[in-house]
Design a binder for this molecule. Structure first.
Ligand code: PEP
Length: 252
């Protein structure tokens, strides 16, 4: 039985003071709503400590949006996984398409980060997904296969319990365009089959696969009704309690 996992990626929004106030309002709303999905928010690095003040010991996990591919050293501007762990952050989003698109991250560099995070027993939300051009030229499966094979290279079977996959078609992120539940389901089914061939049936069946790309209150139910869609990674709609709460309580 896969427990639904709904996550909010704040991207480069919410300064520390805003993040603290927002987390407090979100926590109050969540407590009243009786939401019982697995919940996570990923604030910008500098906002994490303020948000942790509010959400530590709450049911809402606080994650990072990225991390360095080294533990320490001369890597100006980077944030070590050890610093996140020191704060009490044990979950990290890796491979987001904006990191790939704007900051040159590749399946290989993301793989290094995934292996490093796993070496510290951190939980990883690994984002994969195709561009519109790749989809339209019939390369969807080729792209997803490479992202899974290279991104998860050398990951040990016993560490797969720390991995969540977020399928995020790049053309659906922040555009208001959502994949139809059927298109999303067929990509999720392909991802699960690929993970089965790379690891095992058991690992594939237990793998949480989130969908991301303009998830809103009005489309979350139809997406979550699909057999292979186990959660959502939400950008824009995670920045307001009024928009995010109905997604967290989609099953109520
Ligand atoms: C995201 O940031 O991962 C995302 C899916 O954004 P949005 O929901 O705004 O499309």
């Amino acid at each position: 039985m896969r427990k639904p996992y709904i996550a909010g990626n704040w991207k480069m929004n919410m300064a520390p003071s805003e993040g603290r106030a927002f987390a407090s309002a979100l926590l109050d709303a969540v407590k009243e709503s009786g939401a019982d999905v697995k919940m996570m928010v990923a604030p910008p690095f500098v906002t994490i400590p303020a948000v942790l003040e509010v959400l530590k010991d709450s049911p809402i996990i606080v994650a990072a949006q990225n991390m360095a591919d080294h533990d320490k050293g001369a890597y100006t501007g980077e944030v070590s996984p050890l610093f996140l762990l020191d704060l009490g952050v044990n979950t990290v989003i890796l491979g987001h398409s904006e990191r790939r698109q704007y900051y040159g991250e590749t399946n290989e560099s993301i793989n290094r980060k995934i292996l490093l995070a796993l070496s510290h027993s951190m939980d990883v939300v690994y984002c994969i997904g195709e561009t519109l051009e790749e989809r339209e030229s019939g390369k969807l499966e080729e792209v997803l296969s490479a992202q899974l094979e290279v991104g998860l290279k050398d990951v040990k079977s016993e560490d797969m319990k720390h991995i969540t996959i977020a399928y995020e078609p790049v053309w659906a992120i922040g555009t208001g365009k959502t994949a139809t539940p059927e298109d999303a389901e067929s990509a999720h089914e392909f991802i699960r089959k690929t993970v089965q061939s790379l690891f095992s049936k058991d690992i594939a069946e237990n793998l949480i696969i989130q969908y991301g790309g303009s998830v809103k209150a009005n489309n979350v139910k139809a997406l979550m009704a699909k057999e292979n869609i186990d959660g959502a990674l939400v950008g824009g709609a995670s920045l307001s309690v009024a928009d995010f709460l109905p997604i967290l309580t989609f099953d109520k």
